[in-house]
Design a protein around this ligand. Sequence first.
Ligand code: PSU
Ligand code: MN
Length: 293
Amino acid sequence: MSAPSTTGEVRDALAEGRPVVALESTILAHGLPPGRNREVAGRIEDAVRAAGATPATIAVLDGVPRIGLTPAQLDRVCDPDAGLAKLSRRDLGVAQALGLDGATTVAATATLAHEAGIGVFATGGLGGVHRGGSWDVSADLDVLARAPVLVVCSGVKSILDIGATLEVLETRSVPVLGWRTDRFPAFYLRESEFDVPWRVDDARTVARVVHARRTGILLVNPVPAAFEMPRGLHDRLLDEGLRLTADVHGKDVTPRLLRHFHEHSDGASLDANEALVLGNARLAAEVAVALTA
Ligand code: PSU
Ligand code: MN
């Protein structure tokens, strides 16, 4: 089985104790449309660099877990014809053994980041508990309970059961911090109907929580106000999406729903998605910098 491969840039940053931010690849390969995904991939890395940290986008290529990707490898991850699998934590060993290419979810990315010694990770949305009392509970929640990584995201999409997701995070002992908000965000919307257990207002406080942590930590950062989706449009697409995905199962549910939003919102959902992930990359870098101060 192939050992992980770390780019020189990321290896040097880690060896010198400089701030590094892990980034996931499922959002690129399966969450954003071809073309736009490559642009966003570059902008996320730029946002991390501009805030003083080194980006480490994570994926599995040729069965090798990659910590940091070259521009050519980013091209490959974003190429729809490359046919990357969607890899959660359970799939990592299989992909390594079979020599496959795959994009990593939050669960798989946090696992690999932790193994590589990276403690801060930015993404768009977290997986969670699906509606209707089903057994479809994302492994993202389980991994947060085990891997002591800070995950910065914009909450979970309202296709999920947000209340149940928060309950599972409580049971699994994962602290949830609201970044300058008292409400748990709902990805495309700045607020869900649920409160966050804790609110934080500056990166130094987040860094202190990270130093005292026992598990992974979720830091939730609402989509910037200018890019929040209009609520009426959001609710209509959500109703349609729930009906469309009634017959879809397992790991195909989230990409199918995202595609419905992207194809029917006249760009609003894509703009929201890009703006929130860039905001999360900046915030993660700010915390990574505070951690090294
Ligand atoms: N939510 C989004 N966009 C995404 C995902 C979630 O708004 O791209 C991806 C993330 O990689 C997350 C994964 O870890 O979907 C969760 O998939 P599942 O529900 O199959 O665990
Ligand atoms: Mn699932």
